[in-house]
Ligand binder design. Sequence first.
Ligand code: PHB
Length: 376
Amino acid sequence: MPQSTDLHSTAIPDLFTPLRLGAIELPNRVVMAPMTRSRAGEGNCPTALTAEYYAQRASAGLIITEATQVCDTAQGYPSTPGIHTDAQTLAWRAVADAVHNAGGRIVTQLWHVGRISHPRFQPNGAAPVAPSAIAAKGQLFTGAGMEPFPVPRALETAEIPALVRHFADAAKRAVFDAGLDGVEIHAANGYLIDQFLRDSTNTRTDQYGGTVENRCRFLLEILEATAHAVGADRIGVRLSPTGVFNDMSDSDPLPHFLAITKALNPFNLAYLHVIEGRPGHHMAPPEGAPHVASALRAAYKGPFILNGGYSRSDADAALAKGEADAVSFGEPFISNPDLPARFRVGASLAEPDRTTYYGGDAKGYTDYPALESVAA
Ligand code: PHB
């Protein structure tokens, strides 16, 4: 029988068993996954509507915000928020206050998009930066229509410490100035850190490329710097070892990501968050490719969050089998602001309107009703 602790009151957990993630105590294990909504205002600041949107979802065990730029070269989509200016930081303070006043917990996801950008989003119209000068196949939406991904500029070795500092500075702003409960380092989905991790996008010959030890150096330096800044118990990491989104691949994800996961252990982070879609989910590994999340779970010594198209019953089964400590839900949280309550009573879920995922106003953002107003 597993040892019971103050927060693990039952031997077999379900979505409503409390959980401690580092310094953050969750009343339930229904985590809101990070989702880009492209509704930031002037200066890429979150708005009053952003605060309302997250406050409506405060019953989540933990809210992980949409990905948020750590510096002015980090953006790759229109109207995504940043947390590197004073105005942005102040605006995040209003979001944190609104969520806390509604009884919730919220960490912000820190990202740099790397090559998944365009000169239109870069200072002085420069090329986006990446570990290596390898363009992603495909096109991106720049605000002026769809355009091909540009060839990025490979970062000089000497430029990397400043990028590491940007993550640490953003973490400090998030925790000490904005009053958020922590940060999640976005090392998934083909953005800058993932571009360093996987060997299809990292062909560097310096200490940041070549071996898996070298490819994960950038992530580990970011963790060291952010942990020094705000404490490891307020930091999570997100990985997508088998995802192909943003033209990603890796020659051997299982041993590579096992090595990366083991390298995370000494940090004693708040959590590791792995995205690996269930069969049929858009973030699932390609047909025939291995699933690696369970091996990473076994290798990781701290709290583990899974994501990728889980239903309530899939999630409860995963928790009962010990495949994860919590499960994060994305799209269901868009259209069901009170998702935990709906899970608890077995209510049906509202379907999200995909046409309002990105950009726009309150429609499809803050106008999904909670259950009691549906019933009333
Ligand atoms: C998106 O905007 O589609 C997006 C952003 C961040 C992710 C994944 C998808 O990690």
